[in-house]
Design a protein around this ligand. Structure first.
Ligand code: LMR
Length: 399
């Protein structure tokens, strides 16, 4: 039965991570997969998380199933982070959230929901986008198209081209936006540009789907929600896939959420039953532990302020590494201008390194970067930045 099956290609991000783990070169550097590293090169468990876990260990009374949508307190906490506590959508009870296994789980639920209830819709993704987006929507049989986003010559947002492409999107299609810290480019729309995008969305009549995985990694928790909140002023329906992998460092706990915004409370109740049905036939109900940690932290003033401090220090460290990287390449005599890297947001930077240069960095220096040239800036430390910059300098100066 299985003899005709051919092997699938390695995943461009997680496959690279496996290759890194198998590499025995001392002082190898991993700037591939998007996980935060501290100055010691470790992906730490946040103190706020550890403290919340201690409390849970003492207070948890059962391992019985959660409901299909997860706990009420977790879902409320997610909504408050997304919209802010006093948002009109919450007052009007127009949003429904279900706890999902990670942001990818949320996107998969969204994909199945779109396929079932908006079967003719094409899903529009930015060019470029996270390497997994296309596969998630195509795996449920949806058509995927791309809209212009990045100006690779100027290393910035090509907003004119973005508007031009989105003006072609017909009513009833779905457009995926990165809430903040665009993956892979690190380039986000400005506040004014979000306004224009939201107005365009309302005019064209497409459904916005936000992938919101880096809240707090750009400028701050509130600031990073600006794009999403701007849309709420102009359109009455949206989907949001959010994740706590990065901002709580809860990568392997798989904790995220899918949020649905409808025009009325009644509609939200009705449509949510269909979302729950999709979840039930997929993973039945979500894993508890990660969401219990998030809920514990967000509902306790002390733990919450500790978490916010830890989040801020992750954000600041990444920002510092951006500046150091740019300065060190300049000091090494690299002529190419890399200053755009210090203007980008979040974990990633689209370095502009070619596929061939990325390959040489891996083969000659055991430095792992995603094939597209995406660099995880959060993988840089004071210890590895010099060998990293020296290796990039060598590659650039010896074609
Ligand atoms: C990434 O983009 O590296 C992360 O979001 C991890 C992943 O699942 O690809």
């Amino acid at each position: 039965m299985f003899e005709h099956i051919q092997s699938a290609p390695a995943d461009p991000i997680l496959g690279l991570n496996d290759a890194f783990k198998n590499d025995t070169t001392p002082n190898k550097i991993n700037l591939g997969v998007g996980v935060y590293k501290d100055e010691q090169g470790q992906t730490p468990i946040l103190q706020s998380v550890k403290q919340a876990e201690e409390r849970l260990l003492n207070s948890e009374k059962t391992k019985s199933y959660l409901s299909i949508e997860g706990t009420q307190t977790y879902r409320q906490a997610v909504k408050s982070l997304l919209f802010g506590t006093e948002h009109k959508i919450l007052m009007d009870k127009r949003a429904r959230t279900a706890h999902t296994p990670g942001g990818t789980g949320a996107l998969r639920v969204a994909a199945e929901f779109i396929k079932k209830h908006l079967p003719e819709a094409t899903v529009w993704i930015s060019n470029p986008t996270w390497a997994n987006h296309q596969a998630i929507f195509q795996s449920v049989g949806l058509d995927v198209a791309s809209y212009s986003y990045y100006d690779s010559a100027n290393k910035s947002l090509d907003f004119e081209a973005m508007l031009a492409s989105l003006s072609q999107v017909p009513t009833g299609d779905v457009v995926l936006f990165h809430g903040c810290c665009h993956n892979p480019t690190g380039v986000d729309p400005s506040a004014e540009q979000w306004q224009q995008l939201a107005k365009l969305c309302s005019k064209q009549g497409f459904l916005p789907l936000f992938d919101f995985a880096y809240q707090g990694f750009g400028t701050g928790l509130e600031e990073d929600a600006n794009g999403l909140r701007t849309f709420t002023q102009h359109v009455s329906e949206m989907l949001i896939a959010s994740s706590f992998s990065k901002n709580f460092g809860l990568y392997n706990e798989r904790v995220g959420a899918i949020t649905l915004v409808c025009e009325t409370e009644e509609l939200a109740d009705t449509v949510f039953t269909q979302l729950k049905r999709i979840i039930r036939s997929n993973y039945s109900n979500p894993p508890s532990h990660g969401a219990a940690i998030v809920t514990e932290i967000l509902s306790d003033t002390k733990l919450r302020s500790l978490w916010e401090m830890e989040l801020e220090s992750m954000r600041k460290r990444i920002h510092e590494m951006r500046g150091l990287f740019v300065n060190m390449l300049r000091a090494n005599g690299v002529e190419q201008d890399f200053s755009f890297i210090s203007r980008q947001q979040g974990m990633f930077s689209f370095s502009g390194l070619s596929a061939d240069q990325v390959k040489r960095l891996k083969q000659e220096h055991a430095i792992y970067i995603v094939g597209s040239g995406r660099i995880n800036v959060a993988g840089m430390t004071h210890d590895n930045i010099k060998p990293l910059c020296d290796a990039i300098t060598t590659i650039l100066q010896t074609p």
